[in-house]
Design a protein. Structure first.
Length: 473
């Protein structure tokens, strides 16, 4: 029977029935933010994954872990050791160091790329180079390896340039490499569209590539190797005594990622939850073992949301803009029009608020990524053309979130959060609460102060926290 696999953030539907490819059909939204979802049936994904009969391990290495030649050599030694142990491995890599940012700056000097095609062509060279370098290093150690671009790995994408989603994967080439006893090193962050053009997957693209491969190859577990030892109670660059959590519930991890935690992208977490792929986040250093770091179990223990009341982490996001729309006349469907336009451009929004239905004037506010403002502000204004509306954008704000379980049932946590910030003279606005996350918008220059204060208030540096119930049964 084919396995059903869903991909978050999809906005396009297609189907195919070709041996070794995967059929796509729309399904009902499955996550709590009601995003559109695609369901993918992976055909031909089993029985060809390796010559050993064992499901391969999928390991992803981030760009900061590949920045220097010494780091590449160290990762090659780790992968070679796993290969020698007889466990087949598929490696996914990001672009090395600051390569992507450097390429973006270079593109900006050449001129505007309104369609995004050429920028995608340029950016994917970073991941392709990483894959080739690691494959060369593995071969030098006597470990057979084969670097693969998205086209060679059979990864097809849909959607616009710069923010595509994985549509299907033909696993046959990866299967042949594994059957030959070699290590496939796959370039992350990219897929190939129907026209044959490369499409980058946007933020978190390499994480998403790794999780999608783990799902289709039935790996069961996907390791995300990075420059931090795991998922912490706060950003360790901001809070010196932040602690690494041994286990984090998948629902909690999704909220942490969406609230600004950079260690894992929310797209990858949601994809892992949909297809029951266990995640492990660990340091890429040679001293780190495959059992170190943080485990995000494949399934959430939803019952814990009612019975557990515990704050486990503080997340923050400094890439935030606050958008206010004010219109002299009320139109019931205007909010829907604005959000629909943003969804067409794949722009995520958070903390949405609007005036009461019985007011004469229309007022709406929401937060979005600051870097999306320039591209979408004209779209928002287009939605309110002729209505005499005023659109105001405040980019001098950030977002701080308390992450935990059972927060709605325990309003004292929100009260403590607001009291601590008020005592420190940090003004708050646009409060949003759920069972797992409470977020507020605050001035940008006070975000890091707020993170430290809240980390202290909820005693997240205590030694027993790593063993507390952020686990799944």
């Amino acid at each position: 029977m084919p396995r059903s696999v869903a991909q978050p953030h999809a906005d396009r539907t297609k189907s195919r029935d070709v041996q070794g490819h995967h059929v796509i059909s729309t399904s009902q939204p499955v996550d709590r933010r009601n995003r559109e979802t695609q369901t993918v049936s992976w055909l031909g994904a089993t029985g060809q994954s390796s010559g050993t009969g064992r499901a391969p391990a999928v390991v992803k290495y981030g760009g900061s872990s590949l920045a220097t030649g010494e780091q590449v050599a160290g990762i090659a030694r780790a992968v070679a050791a796993q290969h020698r142990s007889g466990h087949p491995t598929v490696v996914v890599v990001s672009a090395r160091g600051d390569t992507t940012d450097d390429l973006l700056r270079l593109a900006a000097t050449a001129g505007p790329d309104r369609a995004g095609r050429e920028t995608d062509q340029l950016l994917t060279t970073g991941e392709t180079a990483s894959a080739a370098l690691l494959a060369i290093a593995l071969e030098d150690l006597g470990t057979p390896a084969c670097s693969l671009t998205a086209a060679q790995a059979g990864i097809r994408a849909a959607g616009p340039h710069g923010s595509g989603v994985i549509a299907d994967i033909d696993t046959r080439r990866i299967g042949r490499v594994l059957a030959d006893g070699a290590v496939p090193v796959v370039a992350g962050f990219q897929g190939v569209g129907d026209t044959g053009d490369v499409i980058t997957l946007g933020r978190g693209g390499s994480d998403t590539t790794a999780v999608a491969l783990a799902a289709v190859l039935r790996a069961g577990r996907c390791e995300i190797c990075t420059d931090v030892p795991g998922v912490s109670t706060a950003d360790p660059r901001v809070v010196a005594d932040a602690r690494v959590l041994t286990t984090v519930d998948v629902s909690v991890m999704a909220e942490m990622s969406f609230a600004g935690a950079k260690v894992l992208h929310s797209r990858a977490v949601e994809l892992a939850a949909m297809h029951r792929v266990e995640l492990r986040v660990r340091h890429s250093a040679p001293r780190a073992t495959t059992e170190s770091g943080t485990v995000i179990p494949a399934e959430s223990d939803e019952t814990m949301l009612e019975t557990s009341g515990v704050v486990v982490a503080i997340a923050h996001d400094m890439d935030v803009a606050r958008v206010l729309v004010h219109c002299g006349s009320r139109r019931g469907d205007l909010a829907a029009d604005i959000l629909a336009m943003l969804s067409v451009h794949a722009v995520p929004v958070d903390l949405v608020a609007r005036s009461g239905l019985h007011e004469e004037e229309f007022r709406m506010g929401f937060t979005m990524r600051r870097k999306d403002v320039a591209d979408t502000l004209s779209t928002i204004r287009e939605a309110v053309t002729g209505l005499g509306a005023d659109v105001h954008v405040d980019e001098n704000v950030g977002k701080v979130s308390v992450i935990g379980m059972g927060l709605l049932n325990r309003p004292q946590y929100t009260a403590r959060m607001l009291t601590v910030l008020a005592t420190a003279g940090i003004p708050t606005s646009w409060l949003s609460t759920s069972q797992i996350r409470t977020s507020v918008v605050i001035p940008l220059d006070r975000v890091l102060d707020a993170v430290r204060l809240l980390h202290d208030e909820f005693e997240l540096a205590r030694e027993d926290l790593a063993a507390v119930a952020v686990t799944s049964a």
